[in-house]
Design a protein around this ligand. Structure first.
Ligand code: SF4
Ligand code: SF4
Ligand SMILES: [Zn+2]
Length: 272
């Protein structure tokens, strides 16, 4: 069977789809590339001019690093691929933010929205991420440099908050032995089964989580209901942190996979 993709749901930042006609190795390759190789922007260098908050400079820098930032893969270079080879980067490989907040009138929370971007396209995905609480007269003044990086170097560059897959479930009922008692319908936590008159049948197979509760609940032995899975079909759920739209994450992962494969082919050709 050839490869087939069915999309169950999709919006800008989440996607749920099924790929049929692949094996677990290929499904996991896609998952690993998404997690570890697709680049995003994150704050990597911070120059702190003033910090009288309760947070140490290092913790403050770490918190800034974990703020998801809108990413533009077409305009910015990965630092290792940029001609500048400079430690703090150049306008082609880094975006600068400045932060200058003082709690003049009592307690003040510093939010991601207080970061002032140099490039209006490279901004935190949300303005409402708290960074630190300042007591009266405390102040933070700093410059932060965001760069492209990969999840394999630090989780702050991971483009997704979830990237999981599971086998496509297969639920079958042998109607010749089923007495339609409805116990399996009652026990199923995902509403996979339904009872209508003297019949119990599968209504939402894709939602099955392979828990086997329906089989355990059945009083007929061996149970007329069986639960298994298709080892060549995988249901993916991907959720972006907001740095990149989910379809860009998937396309970028496939591009990286192709590049890696071509590199491997060239290497093999050189050896053989
Ligand atoms: S519990 Fe068993 S016998 Fe009862 S409806 Fe389900 S499969 Fe049929
Ligand atoms: S295995 Fe669990 S989720 Fe799947 S049909 Fe049975 S009870 Fe429902
Ligand atoms: Zn550069």
């Amino acid at each position: 069977m050839g490869m087939r993709v069915t999309i169950f749901s999709r919006d800008e930042f989440t996607a749920r789809f099924m790929i049929e006609g692949i094996n677990a190795a290929l499904a996991n390759t896609l998952r690993r590339i998404i997690l570890a190789e697709v680049p995003t922007m994150a704050i990597d260098d911070v120059i702190i001019y003033e910090n009288s908050s309760v947070l140490h400079d290092e913790i403050l820098a770490l918190r800034l690093g974990l703020i998801p930032i809108k990413t533009d893969l077409k305009t910015y270079n990965l630092p290792e691929k940029c001609d500048c080879k400079s430690e703090l980067g150049c306008p082609k490989c880094r975006a600068i933010f400045t932060l200058d907040v003082e709690a003049k009138e009592g307690i003040r929370t510093v939010y991601s929205g207080d970061l002032v971007p140099e490039d209006p396209a490279i901004v935190p995905v949300s303005d409402k991420i708290p960074i630190v609480k300042l007591a009266a007269s405390q102040r933070i003044r700093l410059e932060a440099y965001a760069k492209l990086g990969r999840g394999k170097d630090h989780a702050k560059w991971q483009p997704v908050s979830a990237c999981v897959y599971r086998y496509k479930p297969i639920v079958r009922i042998d109607e010749s032995r089923c007495n339609a008692c409805g116990k399996c319908v009652e026990y199923c936590p995902r509403k996979v089964l339904a009872k209508e008159g003297n019949r119990v049948f599968v209504v939402n197979e894709i939602e099955c989580i392979l828990c086997n509760d329906c089989v355990k609940a059945c009083n007929v032995k061996p149970a007329p209901i069986t639960v298994s899975w298709d080892p060549s079909a995988f249901i993916f759920y991907i959720e972006s942190v907001g740095s990149l739209p989910v379809d860009e994450i998937i396309f970028e992962a496939l591009k990286i996979y192709e590049e890696k494969f071509m590199e491997f082919m060239t290497l093999i050709e050189g050896v053989l």
